[in-house]
Design a binder for this molecule. Structure first.
Ligand code: TRP
Length: 447
């Protein structure tokens, strides 16, 4: 249950853990391909608007809930039920988040597994047509279920080992090293890519919105991506919030995390698109394979390319690990409390479930490619259900709880917001803007 002895020391531990959760495949792999699939600039603008207008208040709210509950999301909600008299249905929010986390982890691990495999698969130096080689290599990779299962399993095992040991002990030290190194490397890569690729086309694709491209599916994808990239709507950030020091300034903390996360996504776009536009074999609409087809091309021909490419994919895999752990941390903490079992057991049960479910996404690349649910592949369906529906729905209820159900003075005091004007803006965002925007997107996109 509540365990006050476990509060993290210093402000940086929470920032590192939350940034470690937020920055991951969502930024480097997913953002570029979603922007590519959804027409570029129009998607990017809506995505940025969702980050500021929805992501910011929802992230503050999640941390606030976790900090007050000082426990896993399910127990945090129970604490609100018993101490604040809210309906016991709110506990469902914790459950629902755990389920969403497990579902996301199932396919996250498939792609994180591919990035592990790519540590060992640079384009050979004697290749005649590197971009064609890269496209063919991915096609071949995805047509081999056994190979994909191997890497998917390996990644999930690594995730489970870390979570079993306790997230901060398991990743705290690594995040301190990988984050700065990853930043450094992607900045270098983006400079290299700008000089060697079609940077002007890339910039206009990413930042000149063509409003005729906006459709309900672009809007719902952009909102889903905002939730996904910030790890919001399922209790991951709430679970970490349970360990945040009492006095830590939430606004500064959240602004920093959001800034870092957005920065990495934009830089990833600036690495990928100049290369895409410089190579006719690559197309912006390639989908989930875009990252894996493009990045090896970026490394081809640079000095020490094998080494640089291995280092890059190691960093990406580590960034994915520091995200994946946050996807099962809430469920693990809950099972530990609820069934009085060890973290190891809890993790084995959750990890195997995610592994099995992941097979569905993995096989939708090959064996069950023709199997469709609502005219989507199994992978696309899982992705749509979690990103576009479950996370925004979780976020909606979090905003409603903090904005409407809990007493304003209580929230204001706990948040420690002293500036009246800022408080008014904050509560306005949480109470009206975020829920109304999420609601509108749902109404337009789904009906
Ligand atoms: N935000 C991570 C990424 O961008 C993925 C992730 C980790 C996540 N924890 C989450 C997504 C919780 C949604 C909810 O790669």
């Amino acid at each position: 249950m509540a365990n006050n002895s476990k509060i993290w020391k210093g402000n940086w531990t929470f920032i590192l853990a939350a940034a470690g959760s937020a920055v991951g495949l969502g930024n480097i792999w997913k953002f570029p391909y979603m922007a590519g699939e959804n027409g570029g600039g129009a998607f990017v603008i809506i995505y940025l608007a969702c980050i500021v207008l929805i992501g910011f208040p929802v992230m503050m709210s999640e941390i606030f809930l976790g900090k007050y509950g000082r426990s896993s999301p399910v127990y945090t909600m129970k604490k609100f039920v018993s101490l604040k008299g809210i309906s016991s249905y709110w506990v469902l929010l914790g459950w629902f988040g755990g389920l969403a986390g497990l579902m996301i982890l199932s396919y996250y691990s498939v792609f994180a597994g591919i990035s592990l495999a790519y540590i060992f698969s640079p384009i050979p130096a004697d290749s005649m047509n590197p971009s064609q080689y890269s496209v063919d290599f991915f096609a071949q990779f995805q047509s081999s279920p056994m190979r994909m299962i191997f890497w998917h399993s390996l990644f999930l095992i690594l995730t489970c080992i870390i979570v079993a040991r306790g997230v901060v002990d398991g990743i705290g030290a690594t995040i301190k090293v990988i984050m700065p190194t990853l930043f450094f490397l992607i900045i270098l890569l983006s400079i290299y890519s700008s000089f060697t690729g079609e940077i002007e086309k890339a910039i206009s694709f990413l930042f000149m919105p063509d409003f005729s491209k906006i459709s309900s599916s672009v809007i719902i994808s952009a909102m889903g991506q905002a939730f996904f990239t910030l790890s919001l709507g399922m209790g991951a950030i709430m679970a970490y919030g349970a360990y945040i020091p009492e006095e830590q300034n939430l606004t500064k903390t959240v602004s920093l995390i959001i800034f870092l996360d957005t920065f990495v996504a934009i830089i990833a776009g600036i690495i990928i698109f100049p290369i895409v536009f410089a190579n006719p074999e690559l197309t912006p609409t390639a989908g989930p394979s875009l990252f894996f087809e493009t990045l090896p091309v970026a490394f081809y021909g640079i000095p020490f390319s094998f080494f640089a490419s291995a280092l890059f994919f190691i960093l990406v895999s580590l960034a994915a690990l520091s995200s994946s752990v946050s996807l099962i941390e809430p469920g693990t903490a809950w099972m530990e409390d609820r069934f009085k079992i060890s973290r190891t057991y809890a993790v084995i049960i959750l990890g195997s479930t995610a592994w099995l479910l992941g097979l569905g996404s993995l096989l939708s690349f090959n064996i069950i490619a023709d199997f469709q649910i609502f005219s989507m592949s199994f992978l696309d369906f899982m992705d749509f259900l979690t990103n576009s529906i479950m996370l925004p729905l979780g976020g909606l209820f979090i905003a409603l709880l903090v904005g409407w159900i809990l007493e304003e003075n209580f929230v204001k005091q706990e948040m420690k917001i002293k500036n009246e004007i800022y408080w008014k803006i904050w509560i306005y965002l949480t109470r009206y803007i975020a829920p109304i925007l999420i609601g509108l997107v749902f109404i337009f996109a789904l009906f």
